[in-house]
Design a protein. Structure first.
Length: 390
């Protein structure tokens, strides 16, 4: 017998385990429960976009594309930023195509942070943030958002900054809370960045999923922010094509080229045949974006009504795929235990919001449900959840 093998996982990743989404999706698969855990739609994106990818494959678009992305997609991303936000970008140098927003986030943190640098972010946070900050050997400085408003506490924000702060990582619309940060909150973040000469990295993957007439405002459009903000987004949510993993990072040339320096050694390039298809998708008429948003808003209302009827306290989201509910009206307060038992009790899978917090007490009774599902699936989930209130 040889010597025992040392635990192989680097200490930087120890403690992160399997992502909650994989764990909960596996639970859904093994129990046959309805999966309202992971945020992916159960219908495909626009037929013409899928056809464009098929055509690209048949047309020989199957080898390594350029590292920064094909020119047509970079031009379409720049045109999208101009069309929706009035942002002017040079598609040659200020736009980088990535393998989903996930890669853009990882590459940005690896490229921009020195060991020991601090990253201010807002908890609950999307789970890849903590892992990628750790991989970059940086430190996270979370600012806790508390229900029901999930407002940024100005004192907590100020206290999160230090001389080691390298960047603020801001996700709006925000997963898992569904919060869309207000103009005043964005200005507060921007003021800290300007005054302290700190970079901003924004995750805007839910930019088109904002409800009730709200507008998405990119942080980079605030005064003095264009020069210091790397804006990240993705086609996955906007076009219901989450498995294609085509994302992008845009912003000042120096930031984008830093991210590309890391990206080239992660994936080198991103999915060739999907790129012309997403270029096509980004040019779809306004009617597509409007009806997609209205459809999702109706699904939000459908699931919120079901959760309320089941006896949960609903925290209605202003954007994203997700609604959070507080389980305390059911006489329970441990969201993790609740989610582990939910497939058995009610045939539904949800995600305990506590996994997105460093401050575990802040998220303990909260549970996240995804509503990006067919109406009949939402209705069946609601009917099953009604069992909870007896
Ligand atoms: C806030 C947030 N950022 C990034 C991602 C990942 O985006 P992509 O699939 O484009 O990598 C997700 C997916 O759920 C998300 O919720």
């Amino acid at each position: 017998m040889g010597a025992p093998v040392r635990a192989p996982l680097t200490s930087r990743l120890a403690g992160f385990g399997t992502t909650i989404f994989a764990e909960m999706s596996a639970l859904a698969a093994s129990t046959g429960a309805i999966n309202l855990g992971q945020g992916f739609p159960d219908t495909d994106g626009p037929e013409e976009v899928i056809e464009a990818a098929v055509e690209a494959m048949r047309g020989g678009c199957n080898q390594y594309p350029p590292g920064s992305g094909i020119p047509a997609l970079r031009a379409a991303i720049a045109a999208h930023q101009r069309r929706f936000y009035g942002i002017e970008l040079d598609a040659d140098g200020e736009v980088l195509v990535t393998t989903g927003a996930t890669e853009a986030i990882a590459a940005a943190l690896l490229a921009l942070c020195e060991p020991g640098d601090e990253v201010v972010t807002f908890e609950p946070y999307y789970d890849s943030y903590a892992a990628c900050i750790a991989l970059a050997d940086a430190r996270r400085r979370p600012v806790t958002l508390r229900p029901p408003e999930y407002a940024i506490d100005p004192d907590a924000l100020a206290a999160a900054f230090s001389p080691r702060t390298r960047l603020v990582l801001l996700n709006s619309p925000h997963n898992p809370t569904g919060k869309v940060f207000t103009g005043d909150e964005l200005e507060l973040v921007a003021a800290h960045c300007r005054e302290r000469d700190v970079l901003a990295v924004t995750d805007e993957v839910y930019e088109h999923l904002v409800f009730d007439g709200r507008e998405h405002v990119p942080l980079s459009t605030l005064p003095g922010m264009a020069d210091r903000t790397l804006t990240i987004s993705s086609s996955g949510k906007t076009f219901s094509l989450t498995g294609w993993k085509i994302g992008w990072a845009t912003g000042p040339r120096a930031l984008v080229s830093a991210v590309q320096a890391a990206k080239q050694f992660l994936t080198f390039v991103s999915g060739a045949p999907f790129q012309p298809a997403i270029a096509h998708a980004l040019g779809l008429p306004d009617a597509y974006f409007e009806s997609f948003r209205a459809g999702l808003q109706a699904k939000r209302d459908r699931l919120c009504a079901g959760l309320e009827a089941a006896g949960l306290e609903v925290l209605p989201p202003a954007g994203t795929y997700f609604v959070t509910a507080d389980i305390r009206p059911l006489g329970e307060d441990d969201g993790h235990a609740f989610c582990l038992a939910l497939p058995e009790r009610a045939g539904v899978v949800a995600v305990p919001t506590v996994v997105f917090y460093d401050d575990k007490s802040a998220g303990r009774p909260l549970v996240r449900f995804a509503f990006c599902k067919r109406d009949e699936v939402i209705d069946e989930a609601a009917a099953r959840l009604a069992r909870l209130s007896g």
